[in-house]
Design a binder for this molecule. Sequence first.
Ligand SMILES: [Zn+2]
Length: 1031
Amino acid sequence: MAAIKHRRTALERVEKFLSDTYFTDCNLRGRLFGDRCPPASLSCFQTRRRIPYQEAVAQQFGPAQVGESFGPTWETCWFKVELSIPSAWAGREVHFVWESDGEGMVWRDAQPVQGLTKEGEKTSYILTRSLKESEPHSLTLYVELACNGLFGAGKGSMIAPPDPDRRVTLSKAELVVFNRDVYELLVDLEILLDMAQLLGEENQRSFQALYTANQMVNVCDVTDPSTFPAARDLAAAIFSQRNGESQHTIHAMGHCHIDSAWLWPYEETIRKCARSWVTVVHLMEHNPELTFACSQAQQFQWVRSCYPGLYARIQHLAAKGQFIPVGGTWVEMDGNLPSGESMVRQFLQGQRFFQEQFGRICTEFWLPDTFGYSAQLPQLMRGSGIRRFLTQKLSWNLVNSFPHHTFFWEGIDGSQVLTHFPPGDSYGMQGRVAEVLKTVKNNKDKGRVNHSAFLFGFGDGGGGPTQKMLDRMKRMRDTDGLPRVQISTPDQLFSVLEKESSQLCTWVGELFLELHNGTYTTQAQIKKGNRECERILHDVEVLSSLAAAQDSAFQYPASQLQQLWRLLLLNQFHDVLPGSCIQLVVEDALQYYTEIRRAGAQLQEEAVQVLCRHLLQPQPCSTHSSLVLNTLAWERTEVIASPGPDGTETLALVTVPSMGYALVQEPFEPPQPVAVRKQEDGSITMENGVIAVCLDTMGRLTSLQLLDSGRESIPDGCYANQFALFDDVPLYWDAWDVMDYHLQTRKPVTTLLQPLEITLAGGLRGSVSFSLQVGKNSTLTQEIILDATCPYLRFLTQVEWKEAHKFLKVEFPVQVRSTNATYEIQFGHLQRPTHWNTSWDWARFEVWAHKWLDLSEHGFGVALLNDCKYGASAHRNVLSLSLLRAPKSPDATADIGHHQFTYAVMPHQGSFQEAGVIQQAYNLNFPLHVVPASRAQCPAWSAFSVSSPAVVLEAVKQAEDRPEAVVVRLYEAHGSTVTAWLQTPFPVKEAMLCDLLERPLAQGHLPLEQQGLRLSFTPFRVLSVLLVWSH
Ligand SMILES: [Zn+2]
């Protein structure tokens, strides 16, 4: 019989043969399942808590029925399911089918065995592939059903705040006979139909696939399985027609992106991991070729402690190379906001965990879903044993299409890593023909590389790969017209990419995501908690290391610090620190910060007690004085508030040596006191011999001068410290996005509640304060503070924020002309344009920075410092700091309430490097510690100092596994090549350079010289020095 001539009827005929909507009474799909039978009994009990299996099965179970609904949201319903398989089903494949809109987990013999989640296309648990008479026909299963979906419980839309009253329905629970031969034919036909439709009429393979599928329908009698093999042979014939040698190869790897918290709380993630991973383990039993790339040490740690049986199986499969730990970090963290040291700890905690648990560190950094990537990451990866990086998030760019999928990425110090973006632009592939074709077509490096990654499996809320995905890809192994699809591993892929790398291009600098720029600002309390806790852990580590070096009886709190670091690192997950999570997650995150603050304060006190014991213990003739500690590695002269004998606070100007302490008793007089004067028009001037400012009644700067040169910072007629409110309604991703058009809705905040008045008249400190009405419902009170000798003006700000979809910023127009502004990033800085020439320039209308940003021309500039903000911009001559947003999804209460934050403005002569902007920004973030002391006199003491202002000593900590050694981390901060001496009074036995995992470097031995240790830096180089004490 001749082939039919009408393409469309042929296509739709095959479609209908596979349809689960039409003609299921007579088509192939309708034959997928045979006989069915209900469970012998079904009972349940419900709980608000997420409880272990042993506790659950001991409860009283009451009757339950299919069709019933359970809830509300976040509750858990445990089902006891008694099954009795009819003996008439001998020889048949029998499934337990469970359909519900909640996330289910099957337990059998007290072990989790499989996740059952309709959204993740997992509704069948296979009881037997072929029922034997010898096997038990009766069994009991438990199903743990979470009353939330894969994506939480958003009311009306995925990212809407959770509906607290959502109920989940049990729509199916039964035993069925599964017709495997029908299933295999369905998969064959689905692939052929996709090939026919997607390869297009200009491709003859499209017609070959179509005519084969049509012929298969002709051959198939759905009521007679004996006709199926002939149909399958037709499919096999076309699938086995091979490609030529030049065909693209797709490296398929199972994957399951699980957000460590997002639209559900951390606690639910633990169960998501178990549900997803046990399903993978189960799949591997029947598909020994399946590989699964799995990131985030924290998630492994959760499964290890809550599901030890499953974890043991994972370790076994990891040893076989099937279950593949990747990433090397504690969590898939945000790529912009964590400090340099935090990023180091992500790798340190992650890689050490992987080494300890799986016998090897990860060789690929894995961050497929994070909102942009710091230009310091290549160096941090290289320092952590990683040369390869995988992500795909830049495919979300709103403006510019990133020009590569495989390239070398070069960081600010020149470190390079081989980087791959799966060209299919997804980490949740399903093994469809459309996806493999997109992967080839979309690849921007055609001709340079011929291999790419393909991550398959449901993700974000968990789920992972399915049998069907694997079965699809088996048919596409090597079929002419489609790329070759091989199950592979990250190592296999990157190894071939490395071999092919000679033609690859290089991208220098940050991988900026042109979307989600609101995440630098959303959930201000989380940002503040992060910055503050980074500081707390820094200080505790410094002081504890010094205490331990001073007194070998002091127990360095290594395990407590590890636990606190892990909490901080967890909160840096890419939906928590960015603020794109639900309220439940925010509450957990803030609780973790509270824990770090509490434990940190205690540990700090214990360290100071030991480090300064001789100054703190009451003496026979005690005098009152204050001990001032400086945890930064440069000398500081600052005004401190020190507690007096009668509980009052007195100000004092003190000088404290580099990373050390000094006693203050007699406050010394500043060279020039702060003068504060009210003018006739209500404006106030303040000056301290370094800078002079003039403030109008609304607290705006009309003048900011450097007294030395008389150089003015504010352009004529402009106001700095001008608050502005913007409408902030993005297109969809509310907590995530601020759009370019918000800039057109700028409204200066000019409603005065309390005009400017003097609150401290001067001397060591002068201050003024005022209040503004912000928008309809919010108020802002600010104290503007100028300290003696201080080069910056500080703005201590309190806001009662009750807005909806508004964005508050503060602006500093400055008299500086430059086409680039400089922003602090991890262990360094980078420049971004102040103009909007090209699409790459204007797409960065809102950017991120750490402690400071600066706009400088030759010889002069103005820096903006902050103590907990990350969003910023510099357009033309206006520096803006992003202060507060008010998105409503996924947390309707985001940022509503009280806020306190500080920023500062610092005009300077020369470059920001010469002016010490970097150090001043550290000073603002790391206040001196003041402790009441009992001694009157003691020489000032310094534990570490560095001879070059270009080098920042960032961290001092006890070496992992080596209590007799410390690791000192330093970086070059100016962008210069420099040699510096590191000095310490402690007796050093041995010094060597090590990597970020604290492994000594080859030729890393450092000679001990008279002046200390000589360290050589190139721009932005991070060095870790292992110091072994002699005692
Ligand atoms: Zn994610």
